[in-house]
Design a protein around this ligand. Structure first.
Ligand code: PLP
Length: 427
């Protein structure tokens, strides 16, 4: 059975499914919106579960989920209920007042992680900015470091603000934006001797390493899981030296890895960690969590107008509670294994094209062979034609990050589409 037939046979609620009468006007869009994104030729206007529809009424299986963001897929009843309830009750007030929903969400996170306290903001980059600021203040006021340095890993991704592109050790994100923010130094991922060397070499005069900011699994850098022995040694080094260990859980956290937090795969706890993306299931929210180092910021030292408002916190709390109530982590593990096994079977059929399949839970990457012309974007474009949305993670890795509610049948559909897409290049 072809992918298209499978998709057409699926029963989807369609009450809100008005299809635009005229084709989407790409030219007027491009004339009005800045060209910061390389867009695929699709205009999406509706979603339900793991499916989305374009303005022509064509249906796609969404294995992008807003790039690892739509935890509960599209139009999930728990989110619809929470959005409706919260907008009718109270959507925004200043952090100059106590916000009950913010307190409830913070308590949920604390009960389900190693965190002692939470700061709320609007995005992953902002959460990392907060962590960087906290680390710097801690370095100045507690560690007595005049010029603190933060180590980050090559091929990392931490956001698009000036500090977070500096933390992001990938020149393509930094080009033309210098002068960058001082105080960062890069080391190879999963290489403990590089960290040890940096800590001793950078201990000179006023300079000293104050923190390490690192992803438990590198997402944008090609879906590269952290090595357990490396992370355990990192923890040990940080304990011995007082260097803060900060985990960027923006992409891998909130259940995507099959555990609630990526660090649970590594058997270590961070001093600080950040979250965004999946936390609100698509509602813009970011958070920085701290274990122990909770009193570093004093009133007035860090803030955000929208951060942690009643609307986003009410909805994010509904996402968190649904994740727990519906045992979604079990689904992530089972569907992740099904997806990885299926991708490995495809890789075994096309060894000249596919180098490796790797990932945790429902964040997986299929790496193409380096010595062939085929790129991840080629596969993504071919998969679109098969009715499945995928996203590159770098030039050679195709990333699979569906909603965490994805079903067994939907994984089978996506696997069949991926195989079709690859087959178009191997004929
Ligand atoms: C690991 C990681 N950190 C930070 C960010 C930045 O998050 P945002 O786009 O919400 O600022 C991303 C986004 O892809 C990410 O994957």
């Amino acid at each position: 059975m072809s992918i298209q037939t499978l998709i057409e046979q699926a029963t989807i609620p369609s009450e809100s499914g008005s299809v635009s009468s005229s084709p989407f006007d790409v030219d007027s869009f491009d004339a009005a919106v800045m060209s910061t994104y390389g867009r695929f030729p699709l205009a999406l206007e509706r979603g339900a579960g793991c499916r989305v529809w374009d303005t022509q009424g064509r249906e796609y299986l969404d294995f992008v989920a807003g790039i690892a963001t739509c935890t509960l897929g599209h139009a999930h009843p728990a989110m619809v209920e929470a959005v409706t309830r919260q907008i009718q009750k109270l959507h925004h007030v200043s952090n100059l007042y106590y916000i009950p929903e913010q307190g409830e969400l913070a308590k949920w996170i604390i009960q389900h992680s190693c965190a002692d306290r939470v700061f709320f903001c609007n995005s992953g980059a902002e959460a990392n900015e907060a962590a960087i600021k906290l680390a710097r203040k801690y370095a100045h006021t507690v560690l007595d470091i005049e010029k603190p340095i933060i180590l980050t890993a090559n091929a990392s991704f931490h956001g698009r603000t000036l500090a977070t592109i500096t933390a992001t050790a990938q020149p393509k994100y930094q080009k033309h934006f210098d002068p960058l923010v001082p105080g960062f130094h890069y080391v190879n991922y999963n290489d403990i001797s590089a960290v040890e060397a940096a800590i001793s070499e950078l201990d000179e005069g006023d300079y000293r390493v104050a923190a390490i900011l690192i992803e438990p699994l590198q997402g944008e850098g090609g879906v590269r899981p952290g090595d357990v022995a490396y992370f355990q040694k990192l923890r040990q080094i940080c304990d011995e030296t007082g260097v803060l260990l900060i985990f960027d859980e923006v992409q891998v956290g909130m259940g995507r890895s099959g555990k609630l937090w990526g660090y649970e795969h590594l058997g270590v706890e961070p001093d600080i960690f950040t979250s965004a993306k999946g936390l609100g299931g698509g509602i813009p929210i970011g958070a920085m969590m701290s274990k122990k180092f909770c009193d570093v910021f004093q009133p007035g030292e860090h803030a955000s107008t929208f951060g942690g408002n009643p609307f986003v916190c009410g909805v994010a709390l509904a996402v968190c509670q649904t994740l727990e109530r519906e045992n979604i982590l079990q689904n992530v593990e089972a569907r992740g294994e099904q997806l990885r096994n299926g991708l490995k079977a495809i890789a075994a059929k096309y060894p000249n094209y596919i180098a490796e399949v790797r990932g945790w839970g429902l964040i997986n990457g299929l790496e193409l062979q380096a010595d062939i012309q085929l790129t991840a974007a080629d596969i993504v474009n071919a998969a679109i034609k098969e009715g499945v949305l995928l996203v590159p993670a770098g030039p050679k890795v195709v990333r699979f990050v569906p909603p965490l509610i994805v079903t067994e049948a939907e994984i089978d559909t996506a696997l069949a589409a991926v195989e079709e897409a690859i087959a178009t290049f191997t004929k």
